[in-house]
Design a protein around this ligand. Structure first.
Ligand SMILES: [Mg+2]
Length: 372
């Protein structure tokens, strides 16, 4: 068997409690932490790569942690013996074996990238196009509270150096208008604001919000759930508009570009199926001069390193921002220095994800599959 062939796959579970307590978004949805699944893939020559996938509860995207683990258990034995460096071929194999369920494939794909980087001596940023610069702009999300409480929190983040804030809206429109006004007034004029409704409004609510906030500077993120609703809003406003939940694959992205629907997109690794498919969407966005955020639905150091490496190889002028999910949680799953200053994050340098993932941090495997 070749040196690069997959000889073992182990699956771990890590509960990652939120440092700031319960996370709330529109509609009363909430989570206490990330339920992360970590995958370790080892090649015949004894080198291991790691990936993780952590949904935001079971309510954010069509994915859930327990389902992902069952799907991974089914996939893992069917990948043994295959060339670990053939990442696209392995993605096609996973799609052949399991239709849909991209979130269940994301951690496996991520581990293959880490492994390929460790074997070749290249970082994931180098492998995905080449790092441009060394630092990435971060945003901080301001969860829904009273307008005054959100304004105070926004000022706190600005004092910590953040220059980009995401204001969570999507409840009662009048209250949401007050939320945005309070935050906009509380922070310096050059603080970049995104207003994220997480697909919770209809077109009527969105139109009322847009009219009432006409003179404020912000970018609107994912106001409505359906493609058609968002398109109707696009045609009715000159407000910069980015979509997140809607962007789940190349088909919808190409359609959105063709319709002139988006000024920017958010790519989440778990939603699209991992780094390989996220890179395809990222490359389409680059070709069409579209601004991109690359992040994930959750996780700790392993996940942050994966999406950050891909964003680092995206042209600086097209980067929106990303998030430091590993700082949201009280546990870690790998050693590696993410340095944050002035709202910018630099990544651990090194092969693959640049991390030293440590199974002793996440306990015994819940599943192991090994070639004979
Ligand atoms: Mg969003």
């Amino acid at each position: 068997m070749a040196e690069a062939s997959i000889s073992s796959i182990r699956i771990f579970r890590q509960w990652q409690p939120f440092r700031d307590g319960t996370y709330r978004c529109s509609g009363g949805r909430s989570a206490e932490g990330f339920d992360s699944t970590i995958v370790e893939i080892t090649s015949r020559d004894g080198i291991a790569g790691y990936g993780e996938m952590a949904p935001l509860g079971s309510f954010y995207d069509p994915s859930f942690a327990a389902g992902a683990r069952e799907a991974m258990k089914e996939l893992a034995p069917q990948l043994l013996g295959y060339d670990a460096s053939g990442i696209e071929a392995l993605n096609r194999r996973m799609d052949l074996l399991l239709k849909g369920h991209p979130y269940a494939k994301s951690a496996i794909d991520m581990a293959l990238w880490d492994l390929a980087g460790k074997r070749s001596g290249l970082s994931v940023a180098s492998m995905s196009g080449g790092a441009e610069g060394t630092r990435l702009p971060l945003y901080r999300s301001i969860a829904q509270q009273s307008p005054d409480a959100m304004a105070i929190r926004a000022q706190g983040y600005v004092a910590e150096g953040y220059r980009r804030l995401q204001v969570k809206v999507g409840l009662d429109v009048n209250e949401d208008i007050a939320r945005l006004e309070a935050v906009r007034t509380a922070v310096p004029a050059d603080t970049v604001l995104f207003c994220d409704a997480n697909a919770s409004w209809g077109t009527a609510e969105t139109r009322r919000f847009l009219m009432a906030t006409r003179l404020l500077d912000y970018t609107l993120e994912q106001p409505c759930a359906s493609y058609e609703e968002n398109l109707a809003i696009r045609r009715a406003t000159d407000r910069p508009l980015v979509l997140d939940e809607t962007i789940d694959g190349a088909d919808v992205l190409l359609r959105a570009i063709s319709d002139g629907l988006v000024d920017g997109i958010t790519i989440k690794l778990a939603r699209v199926g991992g780094l390989t498919k996220a890179k395809l969407l990222r490359d389409i966005a680059i070709a069409k001069n579209l601004k991109v955020t690359i992040e994930d639905t959750g996780g700790a150091q392993i996940g942050t390193a994966a999406y950050s490496n891909l964003l680092l190889s995206t042209p600086e002028g097209l980067r929106q921002h990303t998030v430091d999910f590993h700082n949201w949680v009280t546990v870690s799953n790998a050693r590696g220095e993410f340095f944050i200053a002035d709202g910018m994050m630099s990544l651990p340098a090194g092969r693959g994800l640049g991390l030293d993932a440590d199974p002793s941090l996440f306990g015994d495997p819940i599943f192991a599959s090994k070639s004979q």
